[in-house]
Design a protein around this ligand. Structure first.
Ligand code: COA
Length: 336
């Protein structure tokens, strides 16, 4: 058995900055409400003229990660792509990455898992590398939320939170069992699937022929739905549990954490966890203020920024933790 190690990181966000004041011109909201409830000051939303999509942004993030990993793109053995906002209903964006990078015929796996998508993706990559099946795995999290949000007052409880962007990591084989990814922990609770969901594009309830015939502009099932307070309450509990699970599995204490990268769901959730675990500001990284919640992209964007800012050094104990729609949640414990 081998370990896996993150050897390259990259991210890409669209240039287009959308401030809270910009949103207040589209809907009945204001900067004070958004900042007080979520910590978000601005986010990036794609523009048609740039051609940015979930897959193209994922490719840009991946190219940076591959270059930093110091490997040739043809050394990538497998691609894992996490998103809830794919370019096409099918096929998923993994094959678009394979094509754009010009990597021969390696496997490309598309996964969902929403805000936990990157953590699930890392866990999958880690398992393949552990068993020796693959040596280098590319994991991407990317989202275009802005094209699917209800940007009227009706949708303000959701639309002010989400942003677009992509992050990527290259995981490679690590021979030293004390280094790299020490453990991953995945959970779900499907009982609450509808509490944070986008129902309509699925095949579960309606016939496409009926949808096209009805063409109903009031059909909110095409917009994301979130029971905000219920999500918040579950998030703080599950984040705490899954961080502790990861630490206990490795006989570590909260005080051993050098850097916690929580999924950027809401600054208040991150602060709740920070206070609960009595972590100082240097031990937790947040960038939701600038990007909003980018779902599967949030952890790789934050991890990359933390690394670029020299906030993660060799030998550090880094913990990734996520919670989101499904509900799904998970953690990754890394000896950097
Ligand atoms: N701007 C202004 N007012 C808004 C608003 C907005 N964008 N969105 C909702 N409101 C209003 C509501 O209509 C409500 O008005 P009312 O009291 O007149 O009915 C009031 O603000 C309070 O709404 P509520 O939904 O109870 O607010 P909240 O304090 O629960 O905050 C969230 C809403 C979404 C910020 C909060 O629930 C949250 O952060 N939840 C977790 C979300 C999350 O992390 N999601 C991602 C998980 S991966």
């Amino acid at each position: 058995m081998y370990n896996s190690k993150i050897v390259g990181l990259g991210y890409y966000v669209p240039d287009n900055v959308v401030t809270n004041d910009d949103l207040s011109e589209m809907m009945d909201t204001n900067d004070a409400w958004i900042q007080e409830r979520t910590g978000i000051k601005e986010r990036r939303w794609v523009e048609d003229k740039t051609g940015d999509t979930t897959s193209t942004m994922g490719v840009k993030a991946a190219e940076i990660a591959i270059e930093r990993a110091g490997i040739d793109k043809n050394d990538i053995d497998f691609i894992v792509f996490a998103t809830l906002s794919p370019d096409y209903y099918f096929p998923g964006p993994g094959v678009a990455v394979q094509k754009a990078l010009g990597i021969k015929t390696v496997g490309a796996l598309d996964i969902r898992n929403q805000c936990s998508g990157f953590v699930y993706g890392i866990s999958i990559a880690d398992q393949y590398i552990k068993t020796g099946m693959y040596k280098n795995v590319l994991v991407i999290g990317s989202e275009v939320h802005s094209r699917g949000l209800d940007k009227t007052t009706r949708g303000r409880g959701v639309s002010v939170i989400f942003g677009d962007g992509a992050g990527a990591a290259v995981l490679s084989r690590e021979e030293d069992p004390t280094k790299g990814i020490l453990s991953t922990h995945l959970h779900s609770e499907g009982e609450h699937a509808e509490e944070l969901s986008l129902i309509a594009p699925g095949m579960g309830k309606r016939w496409v022929s009926d949808i096209l015939r009805d063409n109903d502009p009031d059909d909110v099932s095409y917009m994301p739905h979130m029971n905000g307070q219920f999500v918040f309450k579950n998030a703080v509990v599950r984040f705490s549990e899954v961080i502790m699970e990861g630490l206990m599995k490795n006989n570590l204490q909260v005080s051993d954490i050098d850097m916690l990268i929580p999924h950027q769901a809401n600054l208040r959730i991150s602060q709740f966890i920070q206070n609960k675990f009595k972590l100082n500001d240097d031990q937790v990284f947040n960038n939701i203020q600038s990007y909003g919640n980018t779902t599967a992209a949030s952890i790789p964007i934050a991890l990359t920024e933390a690394w670029e800012q020299n906030k993660i050094k060799e030998g550090d104990l880094v913990v990734l933790a996520a919670f989101g729609s499904g509900f799904t949640w998970g953690s990754v414990v890394i000896k950097w």
